[in-house]
Write a protein that binds this ligand. Structure first.
Ligand code: FES
Ligand code: FES
Length: 153
């Protein structure tokens, strides 16, 4: 089986996996990073969202072979030290999570947009339009985005 060197949350890992194994399973099953969630497995829900070279991607659709040598960030690596990412802080302040299942994907999606300079409520809502929440936390997400975008940065 091929071996791949992956850079995840600032650390190098070597994994042995079939080239078409989705990154989601590498993260969860081989590296134990279970904060990234399996929802639909077909790119439709967003619960598996991680960052690849700063872009939000759906890890259920991304073969591990395409991620070697690139910068991967998961929810476990989003905070820097003790400091939460501004999106994480807003999520806490607005008490967004219900069951929480979809929330790591929501946060990673919003954080990629935020980091890319999309800092209006409208732009962030548009970035999150394809992320699904079966608990219906969308009103609390809107509130978190309001807190985030109204805070001086
Ligand atoms: S699990 Fe990847 S988009 Fe749903
Ligand atoms: S908080 Fe439960 S699925 Fe979104």
């Amino acid at each position: 089986m091929p071996r791949y060197r992956l850079r995840v949350n600032g650390r190098d890992h070597e994994v042995e996996a079939e080239s078409d194994m989705p990154l989601l399973w590498v993260l969860r099953d081989l590296l134990g990073l279970t904060g990234t969630r399996y929802g639909c497995g077909i790119g439709q829900c967003g619960s598996c969202t991680v960052h690849l070279d700063g872009m939000a991607v759906r890890s259920c659709l991304l073969p591990v072979a395409q991620t070697a040598g690139r910068q991967i960030v998961t929810i476990e690596g989003l905070a820097s030290g003790e400091g939460l990412h501004p999106v994480q802080q807003a999520w806490l302040d607005a008490a967004v999570a219900q069951c929480g299942y979809c929330q790591s994907g929501m946060i990673m999606q919003a954080a990629a947009a935020w980091d890319a300079g999309q800092r209006t409520q409208q732009a962030l809502e548009a970035a999150l339009a394809g992320n699904l929440c079966r608990c219906g936390s969308h009103e609390q997400i809107r509130e978190a985005l309001r807190l985030l975008t109204e805070k001086p940065s």
